[in-house]
Design a binder for this molecule. Structure first.
Ligand SMILES: Cc1cc2nc3c(=O)[nH]c(=O)nc-3n(C[C@H](O)[C@H](O)[C@H](O)COP(=O)(O)OP(=O)(O)OC[C@H]3O[C@@H](n4cnc5c(N)ncnc54)[C@H](O)[C@@H]3O)c2cc1C
Length: 330
């Protein structure tokens, strides 16, 4: 038997950075808000995938550790009384006869007038490196994100990849005192230009392009890796203490796919008001899809302000005329 909640103005699915900022912004608009998340701790990808990584593209911060940003967002999110329901996976969405929405988890039916989906990439898992020896070493020298940077101080670390997370890991680990090498299978990076410039021109780190791991085994002096130069097919050996694979993530939004919301793969197309095709249902952050979309925290928090604003107007059309700047709230 499910417990049934009071009707809130808005339910936000996802306590990642975007959902947390949305809870804050809904509080600013004096909306009653609850946030639900399937994970035990708030912070989304910041806490689940890269708590120890620095983020360099956050307004107001030269750089900030992901776990610190998540803590700040949580404090900001809850100041107006937003309810947080962790360990609740959104399973079903029903429209009640009076038009209200009912979001069903394992044990609760959460009712609200509007819904904002900030479910990110859904349940995420890293793209694994599929070469001989790597699977056997996972958790014992091979990892897909770094849980504890301090453990790698003074250690020889091979970072694999060409995106932002690979380059950011190089920077975080090198600054912490690890001895870092990066390999990338191409000569084009997906990371931000400034990060690539730092890596190639200012970091002084060894970077090997057109290079892949052919195999890896644990020996007496560390992990012995055979590296393949993929144009000349030449082989070389590298010995390290740790391999950090930063090859990206695959995502699955799971039950949300069966709610009748229009899909774009694992994303939800939105209009310029951040509305999905379902009335009263909005999307923001990584899960929202539109032409030219960037998957960044800075983009997502802007999107959810738009979603909250229009959810508020959906509930009360006269509210659009009210002042929405922050200076008269405190
Ligand atoms: C390694 C790495 C490094 C990155 N570095 C940066 C960076 O430096 N700067 C930057 O701007 N961005 C960075 N990003 C991207 C950034 O993390 C994402 O853009 C951001 O997390 C998106 O926030 P979100 O709140 O939309 O989604 P998420 O952070 O994914 O949070 C979504 C939440 O929804 C929950 N959820 C999903 N489905 C359900 C469900 N059915 N029921 C209940 N809860 C559900 C999930 O558990 C999760 O907690 C990085 C990403 C990665 C992987």
């Amino acid at each position: 038997m499910l417990e049934t909640s009071e009707v809130a103005d808005v339910t936000i699915v996802g306590a990642g950075p975007v959902g947390l900022f949305g809870a804050f912004y809904a509080g600013m608009r004096q909306m009653t808000v609850r946030v639900i998340d399937s994970l035990p701790q708030p912070g989304g990808q910041l806490m689940a995938l890269y708590p120890e990584k620095y983020i360099y593209d956050m307004p107001g911060f030269k750089r900030v550790l992901a776990k610190e940003l998540a803590g700040n967002l949580l404090e900001q999110a809850t100041q107006f009384g937003a309810e947080l329901h962790m360990n609740h996976k959104a399973l079903e969405l029903n429209r009640l006869p009076d038009g209200e929405l009912e979001l069903v988890t394992q044990s609760w039916a959460f009712r609200s007038k509007t819904l904002i989906l900030a479910a990110g990439a859904g349940a995420f898992s890293p793209i694994r490196l599929s070469v001989p020896g790597i699977a056997e070493l996972e958790g014992n020298g091979v990892s897909y994100h770094v849980q504890d940077v301090n453990r790698l101080i003074g250690k020889r670390v091979l970072v694999i990849g060409g995106g932002d997370s690979a380059v950011d890991w190089c920077r975080t680990l090198a600054e912490a005192g690890a001895v870092v090498t990066l390999i990338h299978r191409r000569d084009v990076f997906k990371a931000h230009e400034e990060s690539v410039d730092w890596l190639l021109n200012r970091s002084g780190l060894p970077v090997q392009l057109w290079t892949e791991v052919a195999n890896a085994t644990k020996g007496d002096s560390g992990i012995e890796i055979t590296l393949l130069e993929n144009r000349t097919r030449t082989l070389q050996t590298l010995v390290v203490d740790e391999i950090v694979c930063a090859l990206g993530f695959k995502a699955d939004i799971g039950p949300i796919k069966s709610w009748g919301i229009e899909l774009d793969g694992s994303r939800l197309p939105v209009d310029r008001y951040m509305r999905t095709n379902l009335e009263g249902v909005y999307a923001a952050g990584d899960i929202a899809s539109y032409e030219g979309k960037l998957d960044l925290i800075a983009t997502g928090v802007g999107e959810i302000c738009t979603a909250v604003y229009h959810a508020r107007t959906h509930i009360d059309p006269t509210s659009r005329f009210k002042q929405v700047h922050s200076s008269n709230m405190f």
